[in-house]
Design a protein around this ligand. Structure first.
Ligand code: CO
Length: 487
């Protein structure tokens, strides 16, 4: 057994509030906690990436790079971790290599030390550019294996993907269980085999959605996992990571139990309880409780609560069960893709369209893109009939090779465009502008972000987890639907 105490990374400033408070924690709410978090000796602090960059621009009117710099200055002794969606950076679609490279350079310069790089399809071709850029910046590349369960996902396959990540130059590996469905025995086996095959340190990142992340961590620690990721109550447990104190208690008398100062942890909890209350309009009981449906339907808990809101908006509140049953069908037809941003949104939308209009009658454009290989190689084959429909409607043939190979460099164009608009044309502004043009314009014009999505009439006070508005096509009319980012 690995004799060293297990290391905890803390996620409260990123995944904790992304999972439980719609990513709405502001820099001002984070900063008072930063020195305390820094003093505890965590292996790393996840402070950036995922949905936080989008949310800080879209809802908080904050420059996300300024946030990273401020947090780095307030917590300089602990490595800062970010979650990077590979070629999608922190958006939903592929970006050219030069934009990915510039983004990584800027993030490293602003204070990011560890990059958790993942691809929703576990297609290594979508990760190479980001991993090389992280290495070139002299930072740590953590290759993430998106865990999911399906008839084509075997442990052999996850281990083989881990070997691909190692070959690409990752310094560490992460098992990324965004749905919280990683059973303890599976976690142990996966950790053992990944360590044996690659020799790299392995970090386990799970969500307590179904109530067994802490058990999975325990089993992974027994099997030699080097680190696990925990958060701080009340931004912990439920759809977020297990609470640090809880995990410490669980490991009592275990030879690998680490030491983290409980008094200071309590002090942190008091601070975050105050913040949680301030964010009350973005939290929901559905995300705090243990959800037994998650392992049954194999979909992230956030997605289920999100469906309830969306279906209510579409006048389909009584059809949740049908949609949940439809999800495995959509996943099978689309090659059993894992459910994580952006595929979770795409599969969820398509399942609703199938229930409302009949299977594949209304084919969402993004789902067609998956069928046509534009997001990468799917784990299993695309259903032949679904592929035929996608080809017929788009008049396109399935794509071979890497999506980003078809994208021309964009940094020069972006800089030129910013100059025309009288905005700073530095790399930071350019990479943000590539992903969130309107929000960057608003930020520089000093315009306040638009108010968050209003609660649907008659709903229980607020949307379950409002995250962002995105359009889905429903027959003749379009309307906004609230979607949740799951990563
Ligand atoms: Co996560």
């Amino acid at each position: 057994m690995n004799p060293a105490p297990v290391v905890f990374n803390n996620t409260v400033l990123r995944d904790g509030h992304q999972s439980l408070a719609a990513t709405r924690m502001s820099t001002a709410q984070m900063l008072p906690a930063a020195p305390l978090l820094d003093s505890l000796g965590f292996g790393g602090l996840e402070t950036w990436g995922g949905a936080t960059i989008d949310a800080s621009l879209r809802y908080l009117g904050e420059n996300p790079f300024d946030r990273l710099r401020a947090l780095k200055a307030a917590a300089p002794n602990t490595p800062h971790i970010m979650l990077l969606r590979g070629q999608n950076i922190v958006q939903y679609t592929s970006f050219p290599d030069d934009v990915v490279e510039a983004f990584v350079r800027c993030s490293a310069a602003a204070g990011c030390d560890v990059f958790r790089v993942f691809d929703a399809l576990n297609d290594a071709r979508n990760l190479g550019t980001a991993i090389r850029a992280v290495r070139a910046a002299g930072r740590t590349a953590r290759g993430e294996i998106c865990y999911t369960a399906s008839p084509v996902h075997t442990l052999d396959r996850f281990v083989a993907f881990g070997e691909e990540l190692a070959a690409l130059g990752c310094h560490t590996l992460g098992i990324k269980d965004m749905s919280g469905i990683l059973a303890p025995a599976v976690a142990a086996e996966l950790v053992r085999r990944l360590k044996a095959r690659t020799g790299l340190p392995v970090v386990v990142h799970s969500h307590d959605t179904a109530g067994f992340a802490a058990a999975a961590y325990y089993a992974a620690i027994e099997a030699g996992a080097d680190a696990v990721e925990t958060s701080i109550q009340p931004f912990a447990d439920g759809t977020a990571q297990p609470d640090t104190q809880r995990m410490l208690s669980l490991l009592e008398h275990h030879p690998r139990c680490p030491h983290y100062d409980r008094e200071r942890l309590l002090e942190l909890r008091r601070h975050f309880e105050k913040v949680y209350a301030e964010l009350g309009s973005f939290t929901s009981h559905a995300n705090e409780r243990t959800d037994p449906d998650v392992p049954v339907y194999q979909i992230p808990g956030g997605m289920i609560s999100n469906f309830r809101t969306q279906l209510r908006e579409l006048g389909m509140a009584n059809r949740l069960d049908e949609v949940l049953v439809e999800i495995p069908h959509v996943r099978r037809c689309l090659g059993w893709i894992p459910l994580v941003t952006p595929t979770s949104q795409i599969v969820g939308t398509q399942a609703m369209l199938n229930v409302k209009f009949g299977r594949w009658k209304n084919f969402a454009p993004a789902a067609m893109d998956i069928a046509l290989g534009k997001y990468g190689r799917t784990p299993g084959p695309i259903d032949p009939e679904v592929l035929r429909v996608a080809m017929e409607r788009t008049k396109e043939t399935p794509m071979e090779g890497r999506a980003a190979d078809r994208l021309a460099p964009r940094m020069d164009t972006l800089r030129a465009e910013l100059r025309t608009k009288g905005l700073p044309a530095d790399d930071e502004t350019a990479v943000l502008y590539a992903m969130f043009p309107q929000q960057v314009l608003d930020l520089h014009a000093g315009r306040k972000p638009a108010a968050p999505a209003p609660a649907p009439a008659g709903a229980a006070a607020k949307p379950a987890t409002p995250a962002k508005r995105f359009r889905i096509t429903l027959g003749a009319h379009r309307r906004d639907a609230i979607v949740e980012e799951v990563d």
